[in-house]
Write a protein that binds this ligand. Structure first.
Ligand code: ADE
Length: 278
């Protein structure tokens, strides 16, 4: 897969030389090319931003350097007519999920346009929406100082899905959120040696060598954890993917969560008085 990144901070992407991604690059699975946006400015100050139309705080990234940079990347296509998929990280984008990561992993060429300041003039995405299937994505409901950290997150999530990047291809199918058996499920806890550490024991089932029972235990843990930590995801579990035991575990987990909530409402935490309500 080819990945181009245009940014005013290309040095921000040094972590892409390290670990899994670094290895994928040196093995030729991933071809990452960094570009300095300011190389496509034409003034002495190499200006990339200007004041927002309509007023308001902050600055907006000018459309001209972005378009010149994007056009230069398109022109560098190695196969005639090939076009990258344009990804613009922004807190106002559609959520970046495991499903989107899998979608991007099928693309041969991605082009990232991370913004600083208040964002990029909206006409840039409009200009390339059709031609580059431009996609505005958010990595979560919080605001970063710029899109660079989001690009690192997205590239890592996508690259580990590429064939040959992970040592054990099976681990991708077992990931939290992976389509199939793990769709809308969080992975449960994991353990390694020693069997007892600081008085904490590894659940004995994991030492039993009974593979079917271990698989069942892991699924129970995943179901319970998802109800406790992500009830929004648990509510979206497809009933057709659940067996009888799944349904029992889920029912019990929902009851426990509801019980705790009801308990919290009845008894305020120690030392805290419920305020008098007139
Ligand atoms: N840029 C700033 N905040 C972001 C977020 N949450 N996701 C993607 N890009 C961003």
């Amino acid at each position: 897969m080819r990945v181009d990144i245009i940014s005013i901070f290309p040095e921000y992407f040094a972590p892409l030389d390290v670990s899994l991604i670094g290895k994928a690059r040196s093995r030729g699975i991933l071809d990452i090319r960094l570009h300095q946006l300011r190389d496509w400015t034409h003034d002495v100050h190499r200006t990339v931003d200007d004041t927002p139309y309509g007023g308001g705080p902050g600055m907006v990234m000018k459309p001209e350097p972005w378009a010149e940079a994007i056009d230069a990347v398109i022109a560098s296509a190695e196969t005639e007519g090939a076009m990258p998929r344009l990804v613009v990280p922004t807190p106002s984008g559609r959520p970046f999920t495991q499903k989107v990561a899998l979608e991007y992993a099928r693309e041969p060429w991605l082009l990232f346009a991370p913004a600083r300041y208040e964002g990029i003039d909206a006409r840039v995405v409009e200009e390339y929406r059709e031609r580059l299937r431009a996609d505005e994505v958010s990595i979560g409901d919080y605001v970063l100082a710029g899109g660079e950290a989001a690009v690192l997150v997205i590239v890592e999530a996508v690259a580990r899905l590429l064939p040959g990047v992970l040592g054990n291809a099976c681990s991708v199918a077992d990931d939290s959120f992976a389509p199939g058996a793990m769709e809308n499920l969080l992975e449960g806890p994991v353990y390694t040696k020693p069997p007892v550490w600081r008085g904490h024991e590894v659940p004995p089932i994991l030492l039993s060598g009974h593979h079917a029972a271990i698989a069942r235990w892991r699924r129970d843990q995943a179901l319970r954890r998802t109800v406790e930590r992500r009830p929004d995801l648990a509510a979206r579990l497809d009933p057709d993917t659940l067996d009888r035991r799944d349904r029992e575990v889920l029912e019990e987990a929902w009851r426990a969560v509801r019980g705790e909530r009801a308990g919290e409402e009845e008894e305020p935490p120690a030392g805290e008085e419920r305020p008098d309500v007139a």
